[in-house]
Design a protein around this ligand. Structure first.
Ligand code: DOR
Ligand code: ZN
Ligand code: ZN
Length: 441
């Protein structure tokens, strides 16, 4: 199977300038790159006016499979990824049952063979995510787990967590940390301050996150584990990552689009699509997160794609579950908020969404770059199309996003996985409504 991608501008995952080139793909790999490639091929994909970039790698996705497939399942989640230009997803283990045995892991991998994108599974750290007893970490690695995480919560028993980190270090598998002090968060719902006061609900302070972030960084230093900090939302988390890196501690960090775009002041009505964990923070936090992304302190942009059913989300701020979907909006939101505004270069966007996640997973020998010999996992992205986020277009079962109805710029035109076209945009001529406010104006 031969494919040619014609007329695009390549952003290759390095700092090199974006350059026009055609790509030749054969048997799932990039085999040639030249200004013009004229050759017989089984398929020709038109990338005129578009960036051709390494497919995005989302380190933080909830597929709800097994156990909560009314919210999402493996295939709908993978289709949502393809729509978002995401060619590899890491699925978090807080399913039902939790991904804590090789049997659950293998069932997922078996079914993932049908998925249009690569699905990598993260193992729980403790059995049933109960915080009491470690999973068989060596067996989970053997079974194909790419990381260990208790996402949804933190392992609060510090000695147990230190032991988990030691084992993870020995196995050379990263730990993905959700940082939240269980006692301190209490029944917190929204950021402590403007939002919690406006709606009269218990607040979540920055300290809830910062204390565990600091703890985990020092555990990483003791154990030698590679620590990846999930969904950093606070100013201090950026400073802590900067400190850790300057001390040579093996830490990486991700930020989600909602945390670098929205603040607690944007919550003006009781709409639980603004409820996620960690919560939307203050302008000051957002400013520091963006600066951290810009200066390289913060490595990755991931989504924490957390689909929930509309009825569950209708339960009001206190009852509704935490979380929002993100797979189908993250590229457009990142482009609109950070690249179109000149904060990040297009090269940096690609590094945060593909190259650096590939490095976190240790798969940068074959993914995260558009280069000869690398896997043909690619996204073709049109930076000039403006459109309004329409949740009815989503492949995800989850429609829970605060960005519904917002105008954005930049849209995925096509997604290629292992040299196969897995998604092509059919609605790319959608015109924005003139009266719609630009998201960032
Ligand atoms: O908002 C969130 N949703 N944060 C989490 O940590 C868990 C996630 C979920 O599973 O819904
Ligand atoms: Zn989490
Ligand atoms: Zn999560």
């Amino acid at each position: 199977m031969k494919m040619i991608i014609k007329g695009g501008t390549i952003v290759d995952g390095t700092d090199r300038e974006a350059k026009p080139a055609d790509l030749l793909i054969e048997d799932g790999r990039i085999v040639a790159s030249a200004l013009v490639i004229e050759e017989e091929a089984d398929a020709v994909v038109d990338a005129t006016g578009c960036y051709v970039m390494p497919g995005f790698i989302d380190l933080h996705v909830h597929l709800r499979d097994p156990g909560q497939t009314h919210k999402e399942d493996l295939l709908t989640g993978a289709k949502a990824a393809a729509r978002g230009g995401v060619t590899t997803i890491c699925a978090m283990p807080n399913t039902n049952p939790a991904v804590d045995t090789v049997e659950v892991l293998q069932d997922i991998y078996q079914r993932a063979e049908q998925a249009p994108v690569h699905v990598l599974q993260v193992s729980a750290i403790t059995k049933g995510q109960g915080g009491q007893e470690l999973v068989d970490m060596a067996a989970m690695k053997e079974g194909g787990a790419v990381a260990f995480s208790e996402d949804g919560k933190s392992v609060m028993d510090v000695t147990l967590y230190e032991e988990a980190m030691r084992q993870a270090a020995q196995l050379n598998v990263p730990v993905f940390a959700h940082c939240e002090d269980k006692a301190l968060v209490g029944k917190g719902v929204l950021n402590e301050g403007v939002a919690s006061e406006r709606f009269g609900v218990p607040g979540i302070s920055n300290a809830v996150e910062d204390i565990i972030t600091a703890r985990d960084i020092f555990l990483a230093r003791e154990s030698g584990a590679r620590l990846h900090l999930c969904h950093c939302s606070t100013e201090a988390s950026v400073w802590l990552v900067k400190m850790a890196k300057s001390m040579g501690i093996p830490v990486t960090a991700e930020v989600c689009p909602h945390h670098f775009i929205l603040t607690d002041e944007d919550i003006t009505e009781e709409n639980a699509n603004y409820k996620m964990n960690p919560p939307l923070r203050t302008k000051r936090d957002v400013k520091t997160l963006i600066e951290g992304l810009r200066n390289g302190t913060m490595d990755c942009i991931s989504t924490d794609h957390a689909p929930h059913h509309a009825e569950e989300k209708a339960g009001g701020f206190e009852k509704a579950p935490f979380g929002i979907v993100g797979l189908e909006t993250s590229a457009s939101l990142t482009y609109t908020a950070l690249v179109d505004t000149g904060v990040l270069s297009i090269q940096q966007m690609v590094q945060k969404m593909s190259t650096n996640p590939a490095k976190v997973l240790g798969v940068d020998d074959c993914k995260g770059y558009v280069q000869i010999g690398k896997d043909a996992d690619l996204v073709i992205f049109d930076p000039n199309v403006e459109y309004v986020v329409d949740v009815e277009e989503f492949a995800s079962k989850g429609k829970n996003t605060p960005f519904a109805g917002r105008k954005v710029k930049g849209r995925v035109r096509a997604t290629i996985v292992d040299g196969r076209l897995v998604y092509e945009d059919t609605a790319r001529t959608v015109k924005p409504q003139p009266e719609e406010e630009n998201l960032f104006s």
